[in-house]
Write a protein that binds this ligand. Structure first.
Ligand code: RIB
Ligand code: CA
Length: 311
């Protein structure tokens, strides 16, 4: 990435969201215009303080934070992901040091206002359920044209999900209607999926090396990833899974994307077993709306982590 990029980040922070925020806040050619918060990994009232804790750790308390949707568009049973992220969503991180000072403007309104302010200049990176983005779209149907781009962590392009709905990835599972509305409205979405996440873990050896770099950022990294590590090691994972950081790297440094495919993609909103599933046309209908990232350059991703944590 050569020129400075202006980014809007929508997040359900979340340990991996926190890592993604660290990557962008440390990036020399990225400017975070705003962070919007959405309920997902943990309830919204935990997401907001988590965002402030990351901003504090990165010395970026001046970034405005807009609380958004507490729940999905349609009511119904949803499980949060506290096993993966800790009860507080941030690896049960303590002590909390940040002052929590959210903006009063709702996230969807803020996203619309900030997109209109600089048409075509700001990229939205969505790291949680797409509820805020869908609400922003309802307020401003021209949102896709007003944004420079939309990068989403979400979906499972081979139907290998990570939720009680077996074929659904968490962010699409949590709010399938929102995911459906967003994918249908945006003519070009970049998607970093769950399968691509599984293919690009941060190996434990590398994780330990980063956690032991000895800087305040590395100490924060170490502290917030402990619950996730125990959870993943208990399931035999070869390393830390980093879905949101991979999406963020793709947004910040497109050259780190090693392979991608273009498809028309829909999100299933019905189905006893398939609600939240990503349905691909595999080129049969043409007019692709989604670029699915299928491989990342691991060395590039790791270098960005190291640069962030050394800083
Ligand atoms: O399925 C992984 C995604 O769901 C990540 O964004 C994680 O933070 C959760 O939101
Ligand atoms: Ca997330």
């Amino acid at each position: 990435m050569d020129r400075e990029r202006a980014l809007l980040i929508d997040t359900d922070a979340g340990v991996d969201d926190a890592l993604a925020l660290m990557l962008v806040l440390a990036h020399p050619r990225a400017r975070v215009v705003a962070v919007s918060a959405v309920g997902g990994n943990v309830p919204l009232e935990r997401v907001v303080p988590n965002v402030f804790e990351v901003l504090h750790a990165m010395g970026a308390e001046d970034v405005p934070v807009f609380p958004g949707a507490a729940g999905p568009l349609l009511p119904g049973e949803r499980e949060h992901a506290t096993g993966f992220h800790g009860a507080d969503g941030l690896g049960n991180y303590a002590p909390r040091r940040a002052r929590v000072q959210p903006q009063s403007e709702p996230a969807a309104q803020a996203l619309v206002r900030l997109a209109r302010e600089r048409p075509g200049e700001r990229t939205l990176v969505a790291l949680g359920p797409l509820t805020n983005v869908a609400l922003a779209l309802a307020l401003e149907p021209e949102l896709p044209r007003l944004l420079e781009g939309l990068v989403v962590m979400g979906g499972a392009h081979t139907g290998r999900g990570n939720t009680p709905h077996l074929a659904a990835e968490f962010n699409f599972y949590f709010d399938p209607e929102a995911a459906h509305a967003v994918l249908q409205a945006f003519p070009r979405v970049t998607l970093l999926t769950w399968e691509t996440t599984l293919a690009h873990p941060l190996p434990w050896e590398e994780h330990e090396r980063l956690a032991a770099l000895g800087t305040p950022r590395a100490e924060f990294y170490d502290a917030i990833t402990r619950v996730t590590r125990a959870f993943l090691e208990g399931r035999g994972a070869p390393g830390l899974l980093i879905p949101d950081p991979l999406a963020m790297v793709a947004a910040l440094e497109p050259e780190a994307v090693a392979a991608s495919e273009r498809h028309r993609v829909w999100v299933e909103t019905c189905g006893a077993h398939t609600r939240g599933m990503s349905v691909l046309d595999h080129g049969r209908q043409g007019d692709p709306n989604v670029r699915i990232i299928t491989a990342m350059d691991d060395a590039h991703v790791r270098a960005l982590f190291e640069r962030t944590l050394r800083g």
